[in-house]
Design a protein around this ligand. Sequence first.
Ligand SMILES: [Zn+2]
Length: 341
Amino acid sequence: MPRHRTTALATAVLAVAAGAVTTVTTGAAAATDPAVTAAACESGYVALTYDDGPNPSTTQALLTALRNANARATFFNTGQRVQQNPALARAQVTAGHWVANHSWSHPHMTQLSAAQMNQELSQTQSAIAQATGVTPRLFRPPYGETNATLQSVEAQLGLREIIWTVDSQDWNNASTAQIVAAANTLQAGGIILMHDAYQTTINAVPQIVANLAARGLCPGMISPSTGRAVAPDGGSTPTDPGPGSCTATYAETQRWGDRFNGQVTIRAGSAAISSWTSTVTLTAPQSVSTTWNGTPSWNGSVMTMRPNGNGSLSPGATTTFGFTVMANGTWTTPTVTCSTP
Ligand SMILES: [Zn+2]
């Protein structure tokens, strides 16, 4: 089943091949003309997925290949690699792709306790939210290994489990031609497993997309409600809130039998901001027992959080605050906003 790491040889080759790539593209999204898309995608949508990134040696080249093919994909990132390469995770989102959860450390999840599973998934949720401003809705277990305990942890975190309908075998030394051939077996709604680590996989992008187009199929997003590939709705791409504005993104980072921890990521828009104010709206009878990294005030179920210190953020920069919610039997996810003076 899909491996996590390349062989030492492959890693060395890729590092040389991509050694010159040091910039992170933040250009326009790979959006297609809607009029063209409607006609071209008459047979439906499939999902291109790339696991185990982001990788400093390959992600940028993969993003370039996808942009050149005008294709959007879903990246199942590990939390550990997002923490190491936050700019690459952000570049995935900026380029119009979808980011999803592939655990923190790529373990065999079914060998873990429920608490360890929760830790793997919730830490990754918050690392991705912090790096990209997007809280994932999809989770792919490493190696496709799952069980009922894992599925209940996923459900608690609002994650839909996604496996695949076609395995490209790129992790198993498949050639570019073999990866392209695997993609040719995709049916509408289907999902192909690939990895963000292999030059063979990157080289397959143009032919995969051309062959899909010839069959009336287009790369789409994975629906969190059905788990199938559907037309993109653009919903996971954070829009620039505008100069002087900010966005707030919520992620649940831990849950116990009676309470959960929430984390809010505040992100500045395309210009620096000098301060911010965030609201967190709870559902009665929930109550907040503790907060950190901010100064709260209250009005009923609405907590208003202000920064400790001056709250200034440079363009695109983020900061976070957190809180513990006593559920009192209600597990509704808080809603959050951000505003600037
Ligand atoms: Zn993997």
